[in-house]
Each structure stands twice: as C-alpha cells, then as structure tokens.
Design a protein. Structure first.
Length: 532
C-alpha cells in the first residue's frame, strides 16, 4: 500500500484495503485544512463482509468465558494507557480539543476507567441478573444478543464515546457481543489507533479477532441498510438528531434494536429565589456550563427558563456581558459550524431576539460567536417545536415566562431531554414551586438536577445518560454507567426444566463464586440452592 492509498479497514480479523466508493480526510478545526492520511468510504460489499464475520464471531465469543472477555477489556485499557501520548496528540489535531487537561487528564482516564468498570461487571456477573423459580424449575439470566452490534461514535468525545473504546463499545463487548464500529469522520486516525490497540488485545487474549471490526464511512443509503440488516443485533448511535432519526426509522422498519443518544436542549429552570440570593454565582455557573467546550456537549444547557421581573433583567444583563467577555472556542468541524449557523437563523426566524452573537466567528478555524437569544413564554408556546431546534454549540435561548402558570405551560410543551435542572433558594421558601416544576420536568428528562448545571456526566452505576424520546430512543436505558449500560445489548435467556448440569454456571444450584447475587424464589441471595 503506497503512502497515497487510503488506510485499510479492519474486517474479519484482518487489516485490508477497503472496497471503496471514495475517500476523505479529516480536517484540523483550528486551520480548516485537511490533515492525515486518506480514509475510505466503504461500499456495501465491505459492510456485508463485516456482517458475515460478525455473525461468526458472535458464535465464537458465546463460547468464551467471562474471565477471557474481562481480560480483553483490561488488556485493552492498559494498551490505551501505554499509547496515551500518541492518542492525545492525534485527537487534539483532529478535534482541537485541549490536549491538557481535557484529553490527557480527563477524557482518557475516564475512558480506561469505564472499560475497567465493564470488565469488573463481567467478572462479577452481576449484570446477568440470574432469576430462579425452584418450584416451576424455570431459570433465566441476561446474555448476549447473538449477533454483531454496530456502534456509531460522535465527534465531540474522541475517546470516551469513540465507536472503539467508548461506553457503548465496552458495554456491547461486556455483554458478549462482537462490535462493528463505524468511525466518526472527524477523528478517523484516532479511531484507527484505538482499533489497532483493541485488535492487539484480542490476539493477546486469544479471543476471535473479528470481535472488533472497523469501517470509517459509508453512504447514507448503506448506513440505513447496515442498521436494518437481518444479521445486525443492535445499533448504538451518538450524534446529531437528524442522522439518528433517519437510521432509527430504517432499524424500526426491520424490527432491529436501535439505541440513540442525541442530547436535546437540557432545560435549566432558575427560580426567583436563586437569583435574589446568588445572582453573580448563578451567572458564572450558567455561562460556564453553556460555553464549556464551546458548548459541544450533549448536556449543554440550550434552554433557560426564568420568571419575568427586575431581578431577571439584571441576570440577563450580567449573562450577556459574561457571554461577550468569554473567549470564543473552536468548533469541531465545518458541519458543526454550518448547522449551528442554520439553527440560530431558524430560532431568530421563529421570533427569538438576538441578545449577543449570532454569526460565524471571523477567525482562521471553525468558530461561531457566543450567542444568547431570548423569547417570551407566550411566543414560545405558539411554536414550541421550532424553539427547541438542535443547536449544537455555544448558543443558549432564554425563555422568560410572565408568571408561574406560563412557566408550567412551557415545561409541558418540552420534548424529551437528557437532563433538566432547577435552581431554587437555599431555604425552603420555594419548596412548593419546586415541587410544581419538578412534577412536570421529571417526566421530560432522564436526569433531574437541583442547584447544579448538567454538563458533568459521572461514570457511575447510578447515572442515567438517557431520557425520553427524542433525546434517546428508550427511557429505560442509560449510555453511561456499568453495569446498567450493558443491559441494552443483552437478551433474556430462559431455561425451563433444563437439567442442572446443562445450565449456565450462573444458574446452577451452587453459587458460582459465593458472591453473585441471584433472585431465588423472590428473594435476593448469595446462597446455594438446596434441593429437598
């Protein structure tokens, strides 16, 4: 392969030339110039080859022990750490995200930590949730889906949500499924590096090498065919809502599992008591959350709800100044810049008032002015869908309600979101109003916060990084947090009157480790089953 040839794809355990319909390069967001090698746009022949290899790998990994799967994840995490400096340099060049602290000190350690959390769940087997009815002699547990899982990664987290190494990848493998990763075109070189580290780990642990496969890009038509193919078991997608919904429609028509995470406007409700007590502090917290990472987080507050009043006007004035004084960061790519500009134009056309910003940043790299818009509650209610446009980046819309009743109506008109925050006075004076707001907001979001901005997402088993449609495809699942995230890629395996020696080890009478919690005849226990 010459230096001018596109990079190889990873299919069936081998790096080989793609059957390509074209090629592309990543772009440096700080210069807008193409960087790195060529990467192929695969044809459907590549997709079909990967699916065939994935089906075969699914049968092979089903025979692998939990210990080997966990060992792969742990080895992969160590490989990532060993290659950390090279990975950080690559990701920084492809995304313009700060090498330190963002990539090296925050995101890379988070990535290896969640991979290790997945490995720990595999070893403990807790995610399988063994359930046993001794009287009926029926036993069940969660296990692999029996086919490959497609993972589509976003552009804003080149490590922690990467299609190879991110939470979806780790969860799918932890459940015993092979993964066919579709790289994000914003950071193909970083994804290739991660794929090579994963491939090395598979060979070291002697797992089927086709457990991890990599394609870089395909046409929209082939993407829809991919997620709806009879051989695919499930798809996990993190990214823009328009792309997610197109793929979801294709998967739904075929009856295929499709888990999407598209973010939303993540409403923040700031009640008057919070402004009276700590207006400057609240301005700083909100501006910091809105502009962190140039607003390129799926939990960025895109909608802020306030009650009309003099204190609110003071808050708005201070927030405008804070937006104008803050440096404008670099956007991840030309598509982000273009879509943000279109979204802001759409919001203003719908009737939002521009308070500051609203235009592309005159700079060498991809960028947009820090943008703050405003609309009254009554105007919002006349066209709520248009005021909830996806605006990924450093833009936020303030909705000023005339009274509590209008505030409640605005909340009732919201779509599903990942998060919702309520700021209140520190005393109990707003408890009744909080309860009224929270009753509605609780139904609209996956994670409800109080006196806290939503941009941080802890990798915790109690975390919900999901929510009602269309922020996510199913409100009962999370994309972050092990072991709950693993259950998205699991099937419930039931055994009726199966002889004890033929059962999976998790369902035998004797508790495998003495530490595995099992639900036996309605009670959680770590004990063995004693036959009378």
């Amino acid at each position: 392969m010459s230096s001018g040839d596109p990079r190889p794809v990873l299919i069936g355990g081998h790096w080989r030339a793609a059957r390509a319909a074209g090629h592309f390069r990543a772009a440096n967001p700080q210069t807008r110039k193409p960087i790195g090698p060529l990467y192929p746009v695969s044809t459907r022949e590549d997709v079909d080859d990967a699916l065939r290899a994935g089906i075969e790998a699914a049968g092979e990994i089903a025979r692998a022990s939990a210990e080997r799967i966990a060992a792969f994840l742990e080895t992969f995490a160590r490989n990532i750490e060993s290659a950390g400096p090279d990975l950080v340099r690559s990701a920084h060049e492809e995304t313009a995200l700060p090498a330190s602290p963002r990539l090296a000190d925050v995101e890379l350690p988070r990535t290896t930590d969640q991979i290790r959390q997945a490995a720990a769940a595999v070893k403990s087997r807790s995610w399988t949730m063994p359930t046993i009815d001794t009287k009926a002699d029926i036993r069940s547990m969660y296990g692999p889906l029996g086919g490959p899982v497609a993972v589509f990664g976003p552009n804003n987290f080149p490590f922690a949500f990467n299609s190879i190494a991110g939470g979806d990848f780790a969860a799918a493998v932890a459940a015993g499924n092979p993964v066919i990763a579709k790289a994000n075109p914003g950071h193909p070189r970083t994804t290739e590096m991660l794929a090579r580290l994963a491939h090395e780990a598979l060979l070291d642990i002697d797992l089927p090498p086709a457990v991890v496969q990599l394609l870089y890009m395909m046409s929209n038509e082939d993407g829809e065919r991919f997620v709806s193919h009879p051989s695919i078991a499930a798809t996990a997608f993190t990214g823009t809502r328009s792309s997610a919904l197109a793929l979801k429609r294709a998967a739904d028509r075929a009856g295929k599992l499709f888990y999407m995470e598209t973010g939303g406007v993540n409403p923040v409700v700031i009640l008057p008591g919070a402004l009276r007590e700590r207006l400057p502090e609240t301005v700083e917290e909100l501006a910091g959350s809105c502009l962190l990472g140039t607003g390129q987080f799926c939990t960025q507050p895109g909608l802020v709800l306030l009650l009309a009043g003099d204190t609110t006007e003071d808050f708005v004035s201070n927030l405008i100044r804070r937006f104008e004084e803050s440096p404008t960061g670099t956007l991840l790519g030309e598509g982000v810049e273009r879509n943000l500009e279109r979204s802001v134009e759409g919001l203003m056309k719908a009737g939002a008032e521009r308070l500051t910003g609203g235009s592309r940043q005159p700079a060498e790299g991809f960028g947009f002015q820090n943008t703050l818009l405003r609309v009254d509650g009554d105007r919002f209610l006349k066209n709520p869908l248009n005021f909830q446009r996806e605006a990924f980046g450093n833009e936020t819309l303030l909705v000023i309600a005339h009274d509590t009743a209008e505030l409640v109506d605005v909340l009732g008109a919201l779509d599903g979101n990942l998060t919702g925050s309520i700021y209140t006075s520190r005393d109990k004076g707003e408890d009744a109003l909080y309860a009224q707001v929270a009753r509605i907001l609780r139904r609209k979001v996956g994670r409800l916060l109080n006196d806290k901005m939503p941009t941080g997402v802890a990798v915790s088993p109690a975390m919900n990084h999901g929510g009602p449609y269309p922020a996510a495809s199913h409100p009962g699942f999370t994309a972050v947090g092990m072991p709950p995230a693993i259950l998205r890629f699991a099937a419930l395996h039931c055994y009726d009157n199966v002889r004890e020696h033929r059962l999976p080890v998790e369902l035998k009478d004797k508790n495998l480790t003495g530490r595995l919690w099992r639900r036996v005849d309605g009670e959680w226990t770590r004990g063995d089953i004693t036959r009378v």
